[in-house]
Ligand binder design. Structure first.
Ligand code: ING
Ligand code: ZN
Length: 314
């Protein structure tokens, strides 16, 4: 009573505050905006995502997720920013956003790994995985971006429970993975785009991670990514992104969301954006100073709008 609501847009907010934020968005416009609990996390936190559907007869969907890795704090902030600005820009009749949201229903998952995220806020700032007890040498956590049911554990993933890239005891062994897989599978064939936000590196990463081959529509995906990275440059001339496949730009990594979305769900545009900073800085790139967060979120949003306009035109 009498409390002023905290504006979390552009900040590193708690999971509870992020959930409250998306619930408030849904309450303000329940006809078009809904919170969906896709299941709970290992520790029992509801994994809440937001749908935005301004056109009731829209049949095509896109998906954006953040916070699959706990320490990558700029990513939940970016999803929150996108929720805020998409709704605001649509309601302000911003033509590019109206065009996209009259066509697609957008699903945004701001924190896919809430247990890990909260753990980084209270215990270990650099925690990456979920918080399952592996019952082995006291080690916790599965790397959720190695746990997806696509070429699981075929390279760039570890079967050692203490490893940062532990892929789990089987493909989709983790409840956090199962929730996403079930939700997306239930709408299989309706998805046009899948984006997973990570940090850091300033990379626009395309399939595949499991091997060095290129996906059949690689050139089309690169062309759309280029629209995104060009738009980011217009906002911030010093922000250079590198585009390419995960395996060729970074390293082999099997069992990731991106490969599963592309091969398993047949989503033609499937990517991961590694947000700033670059890999060449001297400070820890996961710890992006909070005063830089709004700028990075804004650039990512502008890049996504330009990218999506190209995807829609294809
Ligand atoms: N990087 C990603 C990782 O999970 C990646 C790179 C992206 C791998 C997409 C596979 C698929 O290792 C970070 N920073 O987590
Ligand atoms: Zn990551």
């Amino acid at each position: 009573l009498g409390q002023t609501k905290v504006d979390i847009v552009g900040t590193y907010a708690s999971y509870d505050d992020i959930v409250t934020f998306i619930q408030d968005k849904a309450k303000a416009d329940p006809t078009h905006i809904n919170v969906i609990n896709i299941g709970n996390s290992h520790e029992g936190r509801p994994i809440n995502i937001l749908s935005i559907q301004f056109n009731p007869s829209s049949t095509r969907n896109i998906w954006i997720d953040c916070g699959i890795h706990a320490r990558e704090w700029i990513t939940p902030a970016t999803c929150v920013w996108m929720v805020d600005k998409l709704i605001q820009d649509y309601n302000n009749n911003e033509p590019a956003v109206v065009d996209l949201l009259n066509y697609w229903t957008v699903y945004i998952a701001p924190v896919l790994n809430p247990d890990g995220y909260q753990f980084t806020r209270t215990n270990d700032r650099l925690w990456r995985k979920n918080r399952r007890n592996n019952n082995y040498l006291g080690c916790y956590g599965v790397d959720l971006n190695r746990n997806y049911p696509i070429k699981w554990m075929t390279g760039g993933a570890s079967n050692f429970a203490c490893s940062e890239t532990y892929g789990g005891s089987s493909a989709q062994s983790e409840i956090e993975t199962q929730n996403v897989v079930n939700f997306l599978n239930a709408k299989k064939g309706t998805w046009d785009m899948y984006m997973s936000f990570h940090s850091y590196g300033q990379l626009w990463l395309l399939p595949y991670g499991y091997g060095n081959s290129f996906p059949p529509n690689y050139q089309k995906q690169v062309a759309a990514a280029q629209k995104g990275t060009d738009a980011i440059k217009v906002v911030n001339a010093s922000r250079t992104y590198t585009t390419g496949t995960i395996a060729n730009v970074l390293y082999i990594a099997s069992g990731s969301t991106v490969d599963w979305a592309y091969d398993g769900l047949d989503i033609p545009y499937s990517a991961t954006i590694e947000l700033p900073p670059t890999q060449s800085g001297s400070s820890n790139g996961f710890i992006l100073p909070p005063e830089q967060a709004p700028g990075v979120c804004h650039e990512a949003y502008v890049g996504m709008i330009a990218f999506l306009a190209e995807v829609k035109n294809e």
